[in-house]
Write a protein that binds this ligand. Structure first.
Ligand code: NAD
Length: 384
């Protein structure tokens, strides 16, 4: 890999210089949408554990290569998320890369979604998509007009709808396990928690924690979210100071990249565990957190509730109660990782990576890898 050139933003790199030492993905499709003219990128990282799944991100990028880099990274993270959650799915992701200044009108949005549907359908069940940043269950209904390989359509169309309540429930389950390590009890009463980001997931996490007697510091860049802090009797703080609040646990529930080299020395919490994807600005930040004795639970473990729920309801045909029970199993997963980290003298990150490696390795040794695995959605999902 060339030296100084990798210091450039990805958008300024020639494709040959993208920071990917070797392509570890099974398949990557890059297509100019025939309706929208937008770059539609579908990355299938692995089908070792089962057919791939992962959300559809519609986001603005300086160049389409940035969208490609995002799709490669996010699909690999999905493989880890499914493996750690014990689900028989592989990692995939869709990115629609909006150029700067592109106005996504309702009509163009629909065109982009139908273009996504064409690519997903062309993979014949190797990969199924779902909502992610910039897309909703309603958008999945549009994709569902052209392909059955789509999760989280609205309930009236046979889907499992919005995944954020399950993601929030899973994050709260993770916090019980973290609280147990910090205080010797899984009870949330009296646990001091700062929740940063009060959207669909963070708002519900905060509400559940407040109902169970946690002491809350709440924060969001949207000042309108301050009303929730009032309702819940929580302290309101600006995002910067909430991250460095003196609490037991900081819960990142906004965007990624929040844990930086600069932030770690200023943290005054004992643990960080939240649903925001890709919290680390770089992998080295996990070591800095460990060196300060701050427990960090990887985001792909804490945020798995949404996918666990969708798979349970749509593929495994389980009831809402059964799905919830599986989501709440995140408490046990986190407890096991924290215990493994303690007994092996490592970090929860290393324990999580070991778990993922072991599950992928077991699939390979059973000889189930070879022919790519495909979804049988026509059989699995109720038709509208
Ligand atoms: N929704 C899900 O099921 C799900 C599943 C897995 C992971 N996640 C991740 O969880 C996070 C939250 O998802 P969501 O669905 O609640 O999103 P959302 O868009 O509903 O909420 C995000 C909230 O964060 C706030 N915010 C943005 N930047 C901020 C900043 N710098 N400081 C403080 N607040 C800020 C926004 O104003 C908004 O209220 C995201 O990282 C998402 O990728 C969500």
């Amino acid at each position: 890999m060339a030296g100084p050139i990798t210091q450039l933003p990805i958008s300024q790199l020639p494709v040959s210089q993208l920071p990917i030492s070797q392509l570890e993905h099974e398949q990557v499709v890059i297509r100019t949408g025939r309706r929208s003219g937008l770059p539609v990128i579908v990355a299938v990282h692995s089908t070792a554990l089962g057919p791939a799944a992962g959300g559809c991100r519609i986001w603005r990028y300086a160049a389409w290569q940035d969208g490609l880099a995002d799709a490669l990274r996010l699909s690999s993270a999905m493989t880890a998320k499914f493996a750690a959650a014990g689900l028989a799915c592989g990692g995939g992701k869709t990115v629609v890369a909006l150029p700067e200044g592109f106005e996504l009108t309702a009509e163009r949005r629909r065109e982009a979604l139908l273009d996504v549907a064409d690519v997903v359908e062309s993979l014949g069940g190797l990969y199924a998509t779902g909502p992610d940043v910039g897309t909703s269950p309603q958008d999945m209904a549009v994709i569902g007009e052209r392909t059955e390989y789509v999760f989280c359509k609205p309930a009236e169309l046979g889907g499992s709808a919005d995944s954020s309540p399950a993601t929030a429930d899973g994050a709260v389950a993770a916090l019980r396990a973290v609280g147990a390590v910090l205080r010797g009890t899984t009870t949330l009463a009296g646990l001091r928690v700062a929740v940063v980001g009060l959207g669909n997931v963070g708002g519900r996490v905060a509400t559940t924690l407040a109902a169970q007697g946690a002491e809350l510091v709440l924060s969001d860049i949207d000042p309108e979210r301050r009303a929730l802090a009032g309702e819940l009797g929580a302290v309101w703080a600006e995002p910067g100071s909430a991250l460095t609040a003196e609490v037991d646990v900081v819960v990142p529930a906004a965007l990624g990249g929040v844990l930086t080299e600069e932030l770690v020395p200023r943290l005054r919490c004992r643990a960080v565990a939240g649903p925001a994807n890709n919290q680390l600005a770089g992998p080295e930040v996990a070591d800095l957190l460990a060196a300060r004795g701050i427990v960090w639970v990887p985001d792909y473990i804490v945020s798995a509730g949404g996918v666990i729920h969708a798979i349970a309801v749509e593929l495994d045909k389980q009831s809402e109660d059964e799905a919830l029970e599986r989501v709440l199993g995140i408490e046990g997963t986190v407890a096991d990782l924290l215990a493994a980290a303690r007994t092996q003298g490592g970090t929860p990150v290393a324990a999580a990576e070991e778990l993922v490696r072991a599950r992928l390795g077991a699939a390979r040794s059973r000889g189930v890898v070879g022919e790519p695995r495909r979804h049988d959605r026509r059989a699995a999902v109720a038709q509208p």
